[in-house]
Design a protein around this ligand. Sequence first.
Ligand SMILES: Nc1ncnc2c1ncn2[C@@H]1O[C@H](COP(=O)(O)OP(=O)(O)O)[C@@H](O)[C@H]1O
Ligand SMILES: [Mg+2]
Length: 246
Amino acid sequence: MSSHNSEINSGNLIEVKDLSFAYKKNDWILRDINIRIKKGEVIGLVGDSGSGKTTFAYILKGIIPQIFKGYLKGNVYINHLDIRKAKIVQIAKIVGMVFQDLNSQLFSNTVKEEILFGLQNLKLNLDWGKEAMDFLNIESLAEEIPMNLSAGQKQRVILASIIATKPKLLILDEPSAHLDFKGKYSLLKNIKRLNSEYNTTILLISQDPWIIGELCHHILYFNNYSIKYQPTEEKIQKVPQWSWIL
Ligand SMILES: Nc1ncnc2c1ncn2[C@@H]1O[C@H](COP(=O)(O)OP(=O)(O)O)[C@@H](O)[C@H]1O
Ligand SMILES: [Mg+2]
């Protein structure tokens, strides 16, 4: 363990130090970001369109700089792993991400194959696929063709394929964007259960005050190249019990 790593408080899952990023020279999207996030927290990432939320998520997942290049300064550690230096496979074992575009994440002929694919790739226990399908209640879709499913079902399949690998950090990029009310409600319940039963740390990028208010302990507010970390504000309305509608 490097001297830096030993300084990280063991209660923190994510440590971001002096992080700056630009896709084009001197055109900074993120500037001098310093954040620590504790294990088991649910964090909402909010901010205007184009404020850098997806970019930040790509840095945590190692997509930047491994796939998208740019000008990156500073350090990111997740579960003591130096994300800038780690191999994609090492990162894949601890960070799972559901991208905004559902269709680009589905490529198998059946739901079951879709869920086993990641486990096979990472050489993990294939039984975890069944556990994830049970958890999201999609066993009945096992033989279906993923591309033929509804948006809500596609999202549950993608979520199952990721939670099957038991990531320590789950990033969801605007997951409620394609969903109807019932779909949003089910997403909300599943995220809550995932956090309470598996203690998964969750970063939720969302424009939906209801989802943020219901789920998130803290908010990361992206504004003007920087990020402010604050408790979920009281003014974000908490909705009590809507289940009677469904
Ligand atoms: N691959 C890219 N190359 C160049 N600029 C990009 C790229 N992706 C995003 N951007 C720019 O970076 C800024 C932040 O984008 P993004 O992280 O997608 O914001 P958000 O997710 O908050 O809407 C935007 O101005 C966007 O146009
Ligand atoms: Mg985005």
